[in-house]
Design a protein around this ligand. Structure first.
Ligand code: NAD
Length: 359
């Protein structure tokens, strides 16, 4: 079966890692009908829009996309690419496996966790009131007069909405991922002891959803305790489901634990589409140098293959990447003992090594 997929190379170092990833995906033998589309600073400079309608149209028609990183243009008045994509396709689940492959330099070699981050609610909902604005003063007056809740003069306020609907679908996504990928346990992280009506609701819903999945172990952790335990005993954690803000922070903690941003993949799953991309950004200072590590986008491609039910190809591709990293010879600078190691290879030579390994 040929898979129709939108391919967004992105900008900065995006096109280099995207090309390396495309070659490896095709070397699995899976047939793709790519639709290459623009997003990012280059198309913004050319057309004044970092996310053209034709790119959205392509994802709408195919439902699956793989995307290189994109620089957020600094000029005012532009649309944010990630916000627009999240809204358009209701990408509510961000799935970020953090696995320490043998051969990477890490203090946490046992790490093999999957972060499932809620993507649409929480303090990132964008409901904010600026210090000194008329709106914040109205809100403060309402809080004081109606609820007896005082806030200090000169406060800025951000609202943290967490809904039953949003919590239910993200926790369900975590259990579905656990089942589909042979995982044994889901941990829900929260601060329900302090934020009883937002994180407390998240926890209450998580417990309810867990009852529907008795074959998967369930536990919860207060977020600060989770951060402590995850670096003390990473082997005790498996799938971790979190509201948006904690999920953002723990994702980067996980990336650090497995050897760095060059190794951390991701998938954004929504109701009307799925977009696979690395956790890292466009690393523009290395643009055009054939230097950065394509592993994170390649592993995002592995996640995409699993989503497309190409399990055998996904297993072979992941094993080949792992083997190249384990040998530590034909790897990029960030996987060498020192950053200026002369034996480091470039982005495309790393892809060559992975393809050779799959033969
Ligand atoms: P970045 O992730 O691009 O780079 C930070 C540093 O991490 C780099 O200087 C490099 O040392 C290292 N690094 C990143 N990717 C690497 C790789 N593949 N191999 C080896 N080393 C790697 O973060 P930044 O510099 O803060 O952001 C650059 C741009 O990317 C910004 O415009 C930001 O908005 C954007 N960004 C985009 C996305 C996305 O498209 N999903 C995500 C994050 C940041």
């Amino acid at each position: 079966m040929t898979h129709r997929v939108t391919f967004i190379p992105g900008d900065g170092t995006g096109p280099e890692i995207a090309e390396a990833t495309r070659r490896v995906l095709e070397a699995t033998g899976v047939e793709f009908d790519w639709d290459f589309q623009d997003a990012g600073i280059d198309v913004y400079e050319a057309e004044g829009n970092p996310l053209p309608e034709r790119t959205l149209e392509s994802i709408r028609a195919r439902g699956v996309a793989i995307k290189g990183p994109t620089t957020t243009p600094v000029a005012s008045g532009h649309r944010s690419i990630n916000v627009a994509l999240r809204q358009e396709f209701d990408l509510y689940a961000c799935i970020r496996p953090c696995k320490a492959y043998e051969g990477v330099r890490t203090r946490f070699p046992e790490t093999d966790i999957v972060i499932v981050r809620e993507n649409t609610e929480d303090l990132y909902a964008g409901i904010e009131f600026e210090r000194g604005s008329a709106d914040v003063e109205r809100l403060r007056a309402f809080l004081a007069d109606e609820l007896g809740a005082s806030t200090r003069d000169g406060s800025g306020i951000s609202i943290k909405p967490i809904s039953e609907y949003g919590s239910e679908r993200i926790v369900e996504a975590a259990f579905t991922y656990a089942k589909d990928n042979g995982r044994r346990k889901v941990t829900a992280a929260h601060k329900a002891n302090i934020m009883k009506f937002s994180d407390g609701l998240f926890l209450e819903v998580a417990r309810r959803v867990a009852e529907r999945h008795p074959e998967i172990e369930f536990e919860d952790r207060i977020i600060d305790n989770l951060c402590n335990q995850i670096v003390s005993r990473p082997e005790e954690y498996d799938v971790i489901v979190l509201p948006n803000l904690y999920g953002d922070i723990v994702s980067d903690l996980g990336a650090g634990m497995i050897g760095g941003l060059g190794l951390a993949p991701g998938g954004n799953i929504g109701t009307t589409g799925a977009i696979f991309e690395a956790t890292h950004g466009s690393a523009p200072k290395y643009k055009g140098q054939n230097k950065v590590n394509p592993t994170a986008l390649m592993l995002s491609g592995v996640l995409m293959l699993r989503q497309l039910d190409e399990t055998d190809a996904a297993d072979r591709m992941e094993a080949a990447i792992a083997e190249v990293i384990r040998r530590g010879e034909k790897v990029t600078y960030d996987l060498k003992p020192t950053r200026d190691d002369p034996s480091a290879v470039g982005t495309s030579e790393f892809a060559d090594a992975v393809i050779e390994e799959m033969r």
